[in-house]
Design a protein around this ligand. Structure first.
Ligand SMILES: [Zn+2]
Length: 403
């Protein structure tokens, strides 16, 4: 029971990681005041940041207010955080080498330019990058500040409020070497961002889920956070991330995730921001978590037909808020929700697949914002009880045990 006298200031940041997310979230953000006021900002994956920049640059009516540019968005106290997703950059580089023409067409122009620069720098080197992101690459990258500079430049161009230094996942198997490389990245970030750019800097501490499997995971996490805290100064915000968790899995390591936030807040001496945690973030508010993001709910999967062509599946699930059930479009006739988005449709079968994908994401944020409002407005003594009551009626009733 970690909740104390401090009232929670929890905020949700939709994570826009694909083009579908952008088309679903941004128009609603621009159109609806309640939607706009409900979020803390957006987390944008670096792979769509150029689309995001174009989008933000356009003049958009916002119920009487005008968002004319990125600055206005920030002036409205909404943050833009651009996740460098460095680990994907590594695998993209590998693909880029192999399937240059195809990748070229798909990559954002500035990311492509970065990969070309990277190739130029390393074209005379043997081994290494063609193999993808292995520990040797990470360590080598961490020694050169080229990667850090390029990633920070991309974020700046995208209009980020706070800049992230690049990061890779801390794995159990090569824990010490990876930690050292990540600390080096972070230090370069501080050198570049603080000394040259004079901007705010966030450090992402990303661990692989397997670390939570260790019996001594608490000690390991404490040591990890202590290393970040002691080696780095001048960090504006720490961000947590876990690779490989499945939040729809009832047996996921929820208790350990909760413990992780507790330890992080204590060791780092600030409220951390959790990237990619979705509605479990409501429980973490009891541990002082203030900000969290999640990818826009259950993206459509890309499947291949018999001819091998890529095609978006229509299995995107819709969350029924009352019990957190994930519903298939084919299984429901009416939408069990009265939010402004859902109430526009009388019959599910009439919703075209493309609009279905947008609607269920708008609905998801609307509903989560409403949940957060209830959390932030609950009095402290009643917060735990209200969360218990809430989750006991849902498919996540197991979470009640963590409250
Ligand atoms: Zn709805």
């Amino acid at each position: 029971m970690a909740k104390d006298q401090t009232k929670t200031k929890m905020r949700y940041y939709p994570a826009l990681l694909g083009r579908h997310d952008m088309t679903a979230v941004m128009p609603a953000l621009v159109r609806d005041v309640a939607f706009f006021n409900g979020i803390g900002g957006v987390v944008v994956g670096i792979w769509i940041y150029d689309k995001f920049r174009d989008f933000m640059a356009k003049t958009m009516a916002h119920n009487g207010r005008e968002i004319t540019n990125r600055k206005k968005f920030i002036d409205n106290d909404k943050s833009i955080l651009i996740d460098p997703m460095t680990y994907i950059l590594g695998s993209q580089y590998k693909n880029f080498i192999r399937k240059r023409a195809k990748i070229r067409a798909e990559l954002p122009s500035n990311v492509l330019q970065y990969l070309l620069n990277l190739e130029e720098i390393h074209k005379n080197k043997t081994g290494g990058y063609e193999k993808g992101v292995f520990i040797e690459n990470v360590i080598e990258w961490s020694k050169s500040s080229e990667l850090t500079k390029a990633m920070i430049k991309l974020q700046k161009e995208g209009g980020a409020t706070l800049l992230f230094s690049p990061y890779f996942t801390n794995f159990r198997s090569n824990f010490n070497a990876m930690l050292e490389a990540n600390l080096e990245f972070a230090q370069q970030g501080i050198n570049n961002v603080k000394r040259i750019e004079n901007a705010k800097l966030g450090i992402v501490i990303c661990i692989d889920k397997t670390i939570l499997k260790d019996d001594d995971y608490e000690d390991r996490l404490r040591n990890l956070f202590t290393a970040y805290k002691e080696k780095l100064t001048n960090v504006d915000r720490f961000f947590l991330k876990i690779d490989g968790i499945d939040l729809n899995d009832k047996n996921e390591e929820y208790e350990k995730i909760r413990k992780m936030v507790e330890i992080a807040n204590k060791v780092l001496e600030q409220s951390v921001f959790f990237l990619g945690i979705h509605e479990f973030g409501l429980i973490l508010s009891l541990d002082g978590l203030e900000d969290f993001s999640s990818p826009m709910y259950s993206n459509l999967r890309i499947i291949r037909n018999k001819k091998g062509n890529r095609k978006a599946s229509s299995v995107g699930r819709y969350v029924r808020p009352k019990d957190m059930e994930r519903l298939k479009k084919d299984d429901i006739r009416y939408l069990p929700c009265s939010c402004i988005y859902c109430s526009a449709y009388s019959n599910v079968s009439q919703i075209p697949p493309r609009e279905w994908n947008i609607l269920r994401k708008e609905h998801w944020i609307w509903w989560l914002n409403d949940e957060i409002k209830q959390v932030t407005e609950a009095d402290d003594s009643g917060l735990a009880q209200s969360l218990k009551d809430r989750f006991s009626r849902t498919t996540h009733r197991d979470w009640v045990g963590f409250i």
